[in-house]
Design a protein. Structure first.
Length: 240
């Protein structure tokens, strides 16, 4: 489901029909994002995914907050967030998969400090960070350091950089600067760090088209070509 309307698509088609489509095309559901999902609905969604689709490797969401906390207030807020998330964590521990919290602008996890504190305070091995370079300083060494500090708490990586256009309509060439190998961010330190720590989670080549919810390019062939080029760039970093 490479669309920001995935939940609406699933609801309109019906969960069972989506499962049939996945099986027909030999696609395994490896993860699903609920970026704006409220905590009260997270456990229900985990249960539904586990029951209907039988498993998912990673369920992504974000942590609500004003994003301006530091020090002891930050630690206290992270602990409160984890406590509220406890039912969903227990569901994940029972076999429903992994919960990855994205560092996102204007959220609890929006800075290097908050990411480091979260990955330290999260005790369950079924919850961790969905590392999103797009929302952090565009510094390859900083990103690698965050991944290394997180260790096994790093569950998911968005291979997306800040680029130039993710919210306003600009020429397509500018939009595509979010993809690895096109913008200015050197993914080399991060990719080498992931390899060194034997990271086994998903690395998703990702970008936001404008407007949200539309395909990133006009045809399947064009989309495949730019994704494969980004993947070749990332693979080449590991080979160098």
């Amino acid at each position: 489901m490479a669309t920001t309307t995935q939940r609406e698509d699933i609801e309109s088609r019906g969960v069972e029909q989506v499962q049939q489509l996945l099986e027909k095309h030999h696609v395994r559901l490896g993860g699903i994002a609920f970026t704006s999902l409220g905590l009260s609905n997270l456990t229900l969604s985990l249960c539904r995914i586990a029951t209907v689709w039988r498993f998912t490797d990673c369920l992504g969401t974000m942590a609500p907050s004003n994003g301006k906390l530091s020090g002891k207030p930050l630690d206290a807020t992270i602990r409160t967030f984890l406590s509220k998330l406890s039912p969903a964590i227990k569901q994940a521990e029972a076999g429903a998969g992994m919960i990855a919290i994205e560092n996102h602008s204007n959220s609890l996890l929006n800075s290097p400090e908050s990411i480091r504190r979260f990955t330290t305070l999260a005790e369950s091995d079924r919850i961790g960070i969905a590392l999103a370079p797009h929302h952090l300083p565009q510094d390859g060494n900083l990103l690698a350091g965050l991944a290394g500090d997180a260790g096994s708490a790093a569950k998911f990586v968005y291979a997306q950089q800040y680029g130039k256009s993710s919210k306003e309509k600009l020429p397509k060439a500018d939009e595509l600067l979010q993809l690895p190998g096109r913008g200015s961010l050197d993914f080399g330190p991060l990719m080498r760090q992931l390899a060194e720590m034997q990271f086994a989670g998903p690395v998703e080549i990702f970008m936001h088209p404008v407007p949200r919810g539309v395909p990133i390019l006009n045809s399947t062939a064009e989309i495949t070509a730019v994704i494969q080029a980004a993947r070749a760039y990332l693979d080449g970093l590991l080979a160098s």
